[in-house]
Ligand binder design. Structure first.
Ligand code: FES
Length: 474
């Protein structure tokens, strides 16, 4: 294809958009709602250009208009600049305090907008919704309502049960709108440092987070590995250290269901790792609304992050001022989409994982034990069953929990325990257990691997932000 952009004759073998073609020719077109790694959306109209085809001229958005043979594109005619100026003025009327919008308006000579609109932070570019759905695969945030009532948020304005606090939405948001959200939980690097300083105590370890103790433990109760989580909760309930615990039960056809329990039987029934992601938020809030005041939550790193972010937003302080929440974090490399996993594993293992007495992941193998017999396959064979969001989580060891527990780093029949806070110590005080040395290097090796994978995936999002911003000037 042969085409012209701003009088430069260009050629392309494959189909691309005007924006892509202009970028590769070094011609800048400003964008706001475009992200190179996402489907074009065409909502902000800032990339408007003029095209000429068969002698007819019209305006199109460069981010989603395909290059055609013979197309003539003009990116900065007076009419195009007028359109962009009007867009900048409208955006400034809506978001007068947002730095990126102020800068944009200034570039187009808009100082004081003529229109008066209700002040907002969000420009409705939809980048957060698209990155959450298209890239992370979680769909925790989306558009709501229509017309002038259009906004972005978690469904029905409720606290999101799907958000994994990966922070991808905050990487792409061009304004401060995402950080003003209260129903989803984008956790930034600064948030993490703030949480560590406020809640955790001990040495800061680059790979394992802040902690004061790391050891391997074995208890009397036969649970997963050393039975530490089950024993810890049972003892703390028995001694009145906690009033309730949020745990996950095996549930037919669905893999897991989180629920708050206040008796030892309930805790024991929930023993064993489920390797599925379920939200612990609803049962926690129900327990607090039901009058429980000291509640332990057992959760994967993403569940722990969500609760920490809510603490940081003062949600619990405002709603339940006298509540005390203990966070018992699990080691988690990845979780699975249960239905996909169940169907797939049946073929690979020859048994229905729903019938298994115990499921564990060890040394790269997924192992289901049934009637004393182990049935296993490589975790890599289950790669397509991993939940999409897990690829964006770089936390193996629940770095923000009060106490973290997992099998990596300890011998068979033991659990590795990482104590991170005074609350973590308080829970542990009541536990009787055999103590051994944990192998820190084994945990670090896996923690680094998970972090590297997540960093690589988040980098794709970050790079997109840089590309998008580098096309800002008209
Ligand atoms: Fe093209 Fe927004 S419409 S960047």
């Amino acid at each position: 294809m042969r085409f012209w952009i701003d009088d430069q004759q260009l050629e392309a073998q494959t189909s691309s958009t005007i924006l892509e073609a202009a970028l590769s020719a070094g011609i800048k077109i400003p964008t706001l709602c475009h992200h190179p790694a996402l489907e074009s959306y065409g909502s902000c109209r800032l990339c408007t250009v003029e095209i000429e085809k068969n002698g007819k001229k019209r305006f199109v958005t460069a981010c989603n208009y395909p290059i055609e043979d013979g197309l003539v594109v003009r990116t900065a005619t007076p009419a195009v600049l007028d359109i962009r100026r009007m867009i900048a003025e409208l955006l400034l009327s809506r978001c007068p305090k947002e730095k990126q919008i102020q800068d944009l308006a200034r570039e187009y000579g808009v100082i004081e907008p003529r229109f008066k609109l209700e002040e907002e932070k969000c420009i409705l570019c939809g980048l957060c919704c698209r990155v959450c759905g298209e890239m992370v695969g979680v769909f925790a945030i989306n558009f709501q309502n229509r017309g002038t009532d259009r906004s972005v948020g978690a469904p029905y304005g409720e606290l999101s049960e799907d958000c994994i606090a990966c922070g991808a939405c905050s990487l792409v948001c061009p304004t401060s709108a995402i950080s003003a959200q209260r129903n989803i939980f984008p956790l930034t690097a600064e948030d993490i440092i703030g949480i560590e300083e406020e809640h955790l105590s001990g040495e800061r370890d680059v790979d394992l987070g802040v902690y004061s103790e790391l050891f391997a433990a074995r208890t009397e109760i036969q649970g997963q590995d050393g039975g530490v989580v089950t024993s810890l909760l049972a003892r703390c309930l028995d001694k009145g250290v906690i009033d309730a615990a949020v745990v996950v039960y095996q549930r037919e056809n669905n893999g897991g269901r989180a629920a708050a329990v206040d008796d030892i039987e309930g805790v024991i029934k929930a023993k064993g790792t489920k390797y599925v992601r379920v939200s612990a938020l609803a049962p926690l809030i129900d327990a607090l609304r039901g009058g429980k005041r000291r509640v332990a939550v057992v959760g994967t790193p993403c569940q722990i992050r969500v609760i920490r972010k809510l603490e940081q937003l003062d949600y619990f302080k405002d709603e339940f001022p006298d509540a005390e929440i203990f966070l018992v974090g699990l080691f988690c490399f990845e979780s699975f989409d249960y239905r996909r996993l169940r169907d797939h594993a049946k073929g690979l293992l020859g048994i229905d994982i729903e019938d298994a007495d115990k499921i564990q992941i060890a040394k790269g193998r997924y192992i289901a034990t049934l009637d004393g017999m182990e049935h296993s396959c490589s975790v890599r064979e289950l790669e397509n069953d991993i939940r999409e969001g897990c690829r964006f989580c770089g936390d193996l060891v629940s770095r923000l929990a009060d106490i973290s527990i997992g099998s990596v780093g300890s011998a068979e029949g033991y659990s590795s325990v990482i104590v991170r806070s005074e609350k973590g110590k308080k829970l542990l005080d009541w536990l009787s257990f055999c103590r051994e040395k944990a192998v820190r290097e084994d945990i670090v090796k896996l923690a680094r691997m998970k972090r590297r994978n997540a960093d690589r995936n988040l980098e794709r999002i970050r790079k997109g932000v840089e590309c998008s911003q580098s096309t800002k000037s008209p």
